[in-house]
Design a binder for this molecule. Sequence first.
Ligand code: IMP
Length: 184
Amino acid sequence: MKKIYFITGNKGKILEARNKFSTVDIEIVQKNLGYPEIQADKLEDVAGFGVKHIQERFNEPFILEDAGLFIDVLNGFPGVYSSYVFHTVGCDGVLKLLKGFNDDKRRACFRSVFAYMEPRGKPLFFTGECYGKISTKMLGDHGFGYDPIFIPDSSSKTFAQMETEEKNCFSHRGRSLNKLIEFF
Ligand code: IMP
C-alpha cells in the first residue's frame, strides 16, 4: 500500500485525512516534524515555506496543511493568524469580538491549503473552502480548534457537534482532501 506522510502534530487533522483516504489504497502516516510558520498574507505562502523546510530534512513524499478561519466583518481576521489567536484568546475571545452582532455580521469562511511534495520535486497545492457563520456560544465536543463556534452553511450544527465523517462532507479540509485524492 502506498504511504503518504502527513507532517503535523494535530491528531484531529490526521483523523480527518484518514477518514477521507479510507476509500483509496493509500495509508496516511503521521510525522510530527516541526517547521517554521512564517508571517505571510496567504496560507499558500505559509504552507509553501513549510514544505521546503521539511523537504531538506525528509526524503519521502509528504503532505502538509495550513488552515485558517476568516471572519468577514473583521476583514478576514484571524485568517493567517488563526493559530496565534487560538492559543492566546481561543474561541471565547472570538465570540467576545462578535458580541452583539447578528447573523449577517457573523459570516466566516474556513480555508485549507494542502501542499504535496516529493523528494527533489516542486510543491503542488490543493485548496478547499467552507462558508458559514460563527455561533453565539460554544457547542459540541468533537473536533478541535474553532470547531465549537463554526456552523457551516446548510447545517444548523457546529463542526464540533459532528462526527469526523459528517464534518468532512462540509469542511474546507474535506474539500482540499477530495482534490488531493483525485490527484493520487
Ligand atoms: P493550522 O495552522 O493549520 O494548524 O491552523 C490554524 C488554527 O486554526 C489552529 O488554531 C487550528 O486549531 C485552527 N483550525 C484549523 N483547521 C481547523 C478546523 O478544521 N476546525 C477548527 N479549527 C481549525
